[in-house]
Write a protein that binds this ligand. Structure first.
Ligand code: FES
Length: 124
């Protein structure tokens, strides 16, 4: 399995999305990209369960950073789950090429913990 190392990213900031209670991510599945999983969760500040994308990055100490964002682009809702994470910390939505910040300074991604087959968005 080939995974993106933190030092391949030009920038690396902790997940900045605010979450006040643990949220279970259901139906987590692998994708064709080994660094990307998809699942379903009700993200903070939303009123429904929706598709989320979980990005995996191996940090320099060997631990794995997991963070989740909505799978739907904030511009017009296109599914970004097949769009790769770039070295600037953004996923570029393939419909209109707008950046969605995942690992850079202004990210609104949510920190995720994994135990066995379970994935949880954690409080911060
Ligand atoms: S829908 Fe993603 S950039 Fe427009």
């Amino acid at each position: 399995m080939e995974q993106k190392m933190a030092n391949e990213l030009n920038v690396f900031y902790p997940a900045a999305g605010k979450c006040s209670a643990r949220i279970k991510i259901e139906q987590v599945k692998e994708t064709a990209n080994p660094d990307v999983l998809v699942g379903k969760a009700q993200l903070p500040l939303t009123d429904h369960v929706g598709k989320v994308v979980i990005y995996k990055t191996i940090l320099q100490d060997g631990s794995i950073d997991l963070r989740a964002v909505s799978a739907y682009c904030p511009h017009q809702g296109y599914d970004i789950s097949k769009d790769p994470l770039k070295a600037d910390g953004n996923v570029y939505c393939s419909l209109h090429r707008r950046p969605i910040c995942i690992y850079s300074e202004y990210n609104q991604a949510f920190a995720v913990e994994n135990s066995g087959d379970e994935y949880w968005i954690i409080e911060n």
